[in-house]
Design a protein around this ligand. Structure first.
Ligand SMILES: [Zn+2]
Length: 240
């Protein structure tokens, strides 16, 4: 019996994804080792022959995956242990056809809501400052018309600062992994009208509850936020 062509042409990948992939390959091949500094943004821009924004985006992506981490002076170094949950969760999502985007949002709700409740009890002032900085960056990205990557990265930083405030690194890794897999869905969300604006208001509500040390309010504010994001994700996908 003749088999149908099962493959379709792949999308041309974005420049920053290709840059991130090459850097990842170098790190994997141990040309760059844990603790080593990455070349500067300027050097990378020259050696890859791409725009600075693509380099920045690639670095943000690797940072959010836990592969690199920012050191003093804004430079990046290779992280000690990259987060193995990222690739395994991505793999499960890709291979297990029973697992859908709704399952991922459900997982995020479990992790993020409980993380917010713990953060309300355990956060330091420094954690609150990190949350404020992330919210400010979201607002600045929106003002600057950067609704995509910059906004999403700042949004991610807000959630990760909550994970950090729990003091539990497994929560941080799990959140990073779940979040990374829904990244594509989130790219559609930012184009749903008013979605980024709502996210800023909702993040402030979460931050206020955490600052007040109110675990129940923090959990509920996070649930309200993630429920709305999931609804917008469904709209975004429906709109193409
Ligand atoms: Zn958010």
């Amino acid at each position: 019996m003749e088999t149908e062509q099962a493959f379709t042409p792949v999308d041309r990948r974005k420049v920053y994804e290709q840059v991130a992939e090459q850097l990842l390959a170098q790190i994997g091949a141990r040309h760059l080792r844990p603790g080593d500094a990455l070349p500067s943004e300027r050097e990378l821009t020259e050696s890859f022959g791409v725009g600075r924004s693509s380099i920045r985006e690639a670095l943000r992506m690797l940072e959010s995956q836990g592969v690199i981490t920012s050191a003093n002076g804004g430079a990046f170094v290779i992280a000690d242990a990259s987060n193995p949950l990222n690739s395994s969760l991505q793999l499960v999502f890709t291979l297990d056809s029973e697992t859908g985007i709704h399952d991922l949002f459900e997982l995020r709700r479990i992790i993020d809501c409980e993380a917010a409740a713990l953060a309300a009890v355990r956060r330091s002032d420094e954690h609150l400052q990190q949350m404020d900085a992330a919210i400010d960056e979201m607002a600045a990205a929106l003002d600057g018309g950067a609704r995509d990557e910059e906004f999403i990265s700042a949004d991610l930083r807000f959630h990760l600062s909550i994970a950090e405030a729990t003091g539990n690194r497994l929560i941080l890794y799990s959140m990073q992994a779940a979040r990374d897999v829904v990244r594509r869905a989130l790219l559609t969300v930012v184009h749903v009208p008013q979605s980024p604006e709502h996210a800023i208001v909702e993040h402030r509500a979460v931050r206020t509850a955490i600052a007040a040390g109110d675990a129940n309010a923090a959990r509920e504010a996070m649930r309200t936020h993630l429920d709305r994001v999931e609804r917008d994700a469904e709209k975004g996908v429906a709109n193409g």
